[in-house]
Design a protein around this ligand. Structure first.
Ligand code: FAD
Length: 475
């Protein structure tokens, strides 16, 4: 049969890139484009390695600024950075769906919809023999060989299997989520502004619920409060006073990872602002526009943002060759951030650490960020930990630090913005709250933006929005 397009081999060539002296560069494949991955991509020596990133997101999202983007205090583009800005990184816009640490192959699925594919290969060609290590591979998938692998695929939103959350709640994990939240906030205000609405209907629409009183949920509640009290009160003066923000948590406090004096300060500030805090509540179900919670019963909402921590991604769940915790939540590494082989897995390692009793080390595979933990040294799932691990891996690969040096986490503390120009900062050196903490918060996140472009854009948008009001366009 005549074919208009040749069927491409489904195994990408090994080591095609050469360095300046004509030698083949080892291929480092980085999975993900979040905090851990981007730090590696930014810091690794691109002249030494062929650097490939595999991610369904072609941009990094600056997560600590997403709450601000969701309420129009920042433009979305100030919270994003293209992966392609990292040296000569080759990006494959794809999901990694399988890892074979013996053959050193990854199984990739393109992240675009199948309809875009013109000539899908139906059967395996002669060059595709290695594909057979993934017997369940489907038509569009292909293999990418690696020399070194860095797994930084992050985590998903945890829902505790509460019925209706995935269908009826909003999440705040990336820029797309922030965009959809901004859209919904404006939509419910526009709906409530119709003259045909009763005040009761308006109250239901303008009920904003945040489930999860950790830093993400609390910061979003605070930012939303500022938006409602300033720009939305100006634009919708009749209906804005009917808006109610409710923060719900299963525990007895909010921001409980902070020093007790700071979380109490936050709670008092929220109360003064009129943010209702419901503690020790059990969410039973989320229906369309209605939350069922014990002991309160049904609470209607126009927007419910769900932020109750993280759980493992499908890739981490499916990996069998790497040691994991009993709950299948994260990958275990040693203190050099090398993945540990799962029991029974035969792997080639030259590491001197491997003794008959010690777990075997996959010396070409690193695992960092929210998807990984050092065996016996648990660290929080934060950007800070992911970025420090990413920096460490790049330094080892660049030869800047000896592979014998262990990773050590330097705790720089934690911060949360509370709205109204107030924040809390909990660092090993000091516990600060109020205006100074807010200045530290803003300076830190301006500085932590990964590019000079965003270090200029972030304060620029803050200034513009302060003068002219927030961006309240729905797009
Ligand atoms: P992520 O940054 O989540 O990146 C994971 C990447 O992997 C994504 O690009 C994803 O698309 C990709 N991916 C997923 N599956 C696959 C796959 N199968 N194949 C390829 N790629 C895949 N931490 C702080 O320290 N301070 C803060 O102020 C703070 N604020 C936050 C605010 C919000 C709204 C959120 C959501 C988080 C916040 N965090 C904060 C936590 C912090 O963002 C995470 O700990 C951090 O992003 C973890 O980095 P990571 O690289 O492990 O994963």
């Amino acid at each position: 049969m005549h074919r208009t397009h040749p069927i491409p081999a489904r195994v990408l060539p090994v080591n095609p890139a050469l360095d300046s002296s004509g030698k083949i560069k080892p291929r480092v494949v980085v999975l993900g484009s979040g905090w851990g991955a981007m730090t590696v991509l930014k810091s690794i020596d691109h002249s030494k390695y062929e650097v490939v990133c595999v991610s369904p997101n072609s941009s990094f999202n600056m997560t600590p600024l997403l709450a601000q983007a969701a309420v129009g205090s920042l433009d979305f583009k100030a919270t994003m950075e293209s992966v392609r800005s990292c040296g000569s990184t080759q990006l494959y816009h794809a999901w990694a769906d399988g890892i074979d640490t013996t053959a050193k192959h990854l199984l990739l699925t393109p992240a675009y919809p199948p309809a875009f594919r013109t000539a899908p290969p139906a059967t395996l060609g002669p060059d595709d023999a290695p594909m057979r290590s993934f017997p369940n591979a489907r038509g569009r998938q292909y293999l990418l060989p690696y020399d070194k692998l860095v797994i930084s695929v992050g985590a998903y939103n945890r829902t505790f299997k509460t019925p209706g959350v995935r269908e009826n709640a909003w999440f705040l994990k990336d820029v797309q989520n922030a965009r959809s939240i901004r859209w919904r906030i404006l939509e419910v205000f526009e709906m409530a502004d119709h003259p045909t609405m009763s005040d009761e209907q308006r109250r239901q629409l303008l009920s904003f619920i945040v489930v999860g009183g950790g830093p993400t949920g609390s910061e979003f509640a605070a930012e939303l409060h500022d938006l409602v009290k300033s720009d939305l009160t100006r634009i919708f003066p009749k209906v804005a006073p009917l808006a109610q923000i409710t923060l719900i948590d299963a525990s007895s406090g909010i921001l409980s990872s902070f020093d007790a004096s700071l979380s109490t300060y936050a709670r008092q500030k929220f109360k003064r602002d009129g943010i209702k805090i419901l503690l020790e509540r059990q969410v039973k179900r989320v229906d369309r526009g209605r939350l069922v919670v014990e002991p309160d019963g049904e609470i209607p909402f126009g927007l419910l943002v769900w932020s109750t921590g993280v759980c493992s991604t499908p890739l981490v769940k499916s990996i069998t060759c790497i040691k994991k915790d009993e709950r299948n939540s994260f990958l275990y590494t040693n203190e050099h951030l090398h993945a540990l082989a799962s029991q029974g897995e035969v792997e080639a390692t030259s590491s001197s650490e491997a003794t008959p009793s010690a777990p075997k080390v996959l010396s070409d595979v690193y695992a960092i960020g929210d998807c990984a933990q050092i065996d016996g040294v648990p660290l929080p799932a934060t950007a800070q930990v992911a970025a420090q691990k990413g920096k460490y891996v790049a330094s080892v690969l660049n030869g800047k630090i000896s592979p014998e040096t262990k990773f050590t986490f330097k705790n720089m503390g934690q911060m949360a913005a509370l709205g109204g120009g107030k924040a809390i900062v909990d660092s090993p050196q000091a516990k600060i709250h109020g205006r100074w903490a807010w200045i530290i918060w803003r300076s830190a996140y301006t500085f932590m933006s990964l590019s000079n472009r965003n270090r200029i854009l972030v304060p620029f948008f803050w200034a513009v929005n302060r003068i002219f009001g927030r961006d309240l366009n729905r797009f």
